[in-house]
Structures are given as C-alpha cells and as structure tokens.
Design a protein around this ligand. Sequence first.
Ligand code: TXA
Ligand code: MG
Length: 310
Amino acid sequence: MSNEPKSVAEAAALLRAGKLCAFPTETVYGLGADATNVDAVLSIYETKGRPRFNPLIIHCADLAMAETLVEFSPLARRVAALWPGSLSLVLPANAGNGLADVATAGLDTVAIRIPDHSMALELIAAVGRPLAAPSANPSGKLSPTTAEQVRRGFGGAVPVLDGGPCHAGVESTIVRVDGDRLVQLRAGAVAREEIERAIGVTVESVEEGAAISAPGMLLSHYAPNASMRLNAEPRDGEAYLGFGAGPEFTGPLRNLSATGDLREAARNLFSMLHELDGLGVGAIAVAPIPETGLGEAINDRLQRAAAPRG
Ligand code: TXA
Ligand code: MG
C-alpha cells in the first residue's frame, strides 16, 4: 500500500496522527494505536471487527512510561524486573493517566507490558505515548507473526511496520498482581514456572483466585453499583443513559449521542456510565442501541455491566 511505513519514524508519524499502524513485537504483530487517543483506539475495534470492548494491552517503551500509567507495588516491581518481555501485568491505574477509557474498557486496572523487541521499543519511544495493541488480525482469525500475514489479514488496509518474523508466535502471558498474590489470567509466551523461578512467588491459576466464573472475561468487567435496565425507558428515581432522540426525562440524564452516532456513543460510553453510577442511583435505564457497527461492542459491554453479580 502507498502509505506503508518504511521506517520507525514514518510509523511513529502515522501513530502520532491518530492512525493505526501494525508493528512487530517478540510475541505477535500488534495492531497499534495511540492509547491516549479515543478515536484511534476505536479504530482498532472497528478494524478488527471486534464484537466487544475487551480491555487492550498497553505497550510502553520503558518503566518510566509505565509508571505514569499504573501504580507499582513492591511485588509488582519485582515482577516488572522481567521486562522487557512477553509478560503483561495487570496493575491499578493511576488517576488521570491519560489513557482512553475505551482502551481499558473503563476498568480501574491496566494490562501493561514492555515488549522485548528493539523495533517496537524504538517505535513507542518515537511516538512518545503508550500504544494499545491487540494482535493484528481480524477478530476470530489467527494471530500474525509476519508483516505479510498482517497485510493479507486486513486486505492491505492497515499500514505495517515490517520487522521480520516474530520469535514467540504466541501472545504474552497475563498476570494480575493482587496484593501479595500473582494470578495468571492468560497463559502465554512466558511459562508460569519461569516467573515463579525468577521471583520465588507462586503464580496461581485464575480458578484458584477469587470468585471468577466466566473465563475469558474474568476480572475484566466494569460492574456499576447501580443495577442496569437495558432497552428501557427511564422511571422515576432512576438515571437514564439515552441514545438518539429519547423520551422526556427530568431525572439524571446523559445522552451517548443525541444524533444517534455510534462512534460518538462509544466514545462516551464508559465516562457517562461512571458519571451516572457516581450519582448513587439505584438503577440506570439504558436506551436501545442499534446492533450495527460499534453498536455490537457497546451492547456487549452494557450486557456485561447489567449481568447479575454474585
Ligand atoms: O503478546 C501480546 O500480548 C499481544 C502483542 C501485540 O503484544 N497483545 C495482545 O493484546 O494480545 P490484547 O489487547 O489482545 O490482549 C487483551 C487481553 C484481554 O482480552 C484481557 O484478557 C486482558 O488482555 N486484559 C487487558 N486489560 C486487562 C485488565 N485490566 N484486567 C484483566 N485482563 C485484562
Ligand atoms: Mg488476539
């Protein structure tokens, strides 16, 4: 394609301009976006055809960048000594860290890693901002380990910084640091035993850790305190999250998009949900959202927020 980046500097310029650019890491190619740019991150979901807003892994150039985003406990610091590497750590988010909340799916934790790949590190440093990057494949397809696979996967629609084949070929291991415990959320390129040997702490399976029922979406939904009623009209005493031209309502109200624009709605989703929930209402009624384009991901997130909790 014509705008194929020929250098790290060209790829960095695309990313700084809010465009997507795929880049190599030691695990798989990532579909990168400036993690502080809401619209850039939304383009990741659109381009991958991801039916849901999964929280994304945020890639940092160095520990200093990571420290601006999340809080490191002493244990987290010991595990982070394994960086750069194929290990993503889920840590508490720093308030006002600048990350787009669509990148973290509105959670108060962030999955972070420093990739062990010189070109990736140069790229992130050149952008000067953390990069959100899921594997650079359309949703449901295999993760790419060469630039050519990325090009084929997206039919040439995504610029790719070519760094040759990836070494590991599987995604990073995801570990949540939970007080003095380490919980593996996703098995990946770094073996659990390797982490245990390196730092002398047992890495628990997610099954052993806490009450987590649905694998795949463990610990990763934002559940409001208020109960949620979807596809609903608001009642007295509730808050209302509207979409498009809604019913008259005099209670607490936010509109995801008065004009019915799904991208605008996605941009507002997490912050408005947090705002309404912060009012301390018992229930939030949510207007119907069309199940097209980003609407599918919005509805998935709303359904998970509305799901009964144990
Ligand atoms: O190897 C990799 O990790 C690749 C390369 C490109 O670096 N990236 C990757 O990213 O696999 P991604 O965004 O597809 O991984 C997202 C997964 C989510 O599905 C979720 O399981 C987990 O990371 N995750 C992200 N944030 C989380 C959080 N705050 N709490 C729990 N899990 C989280
Ligand atoms: Mg993937």
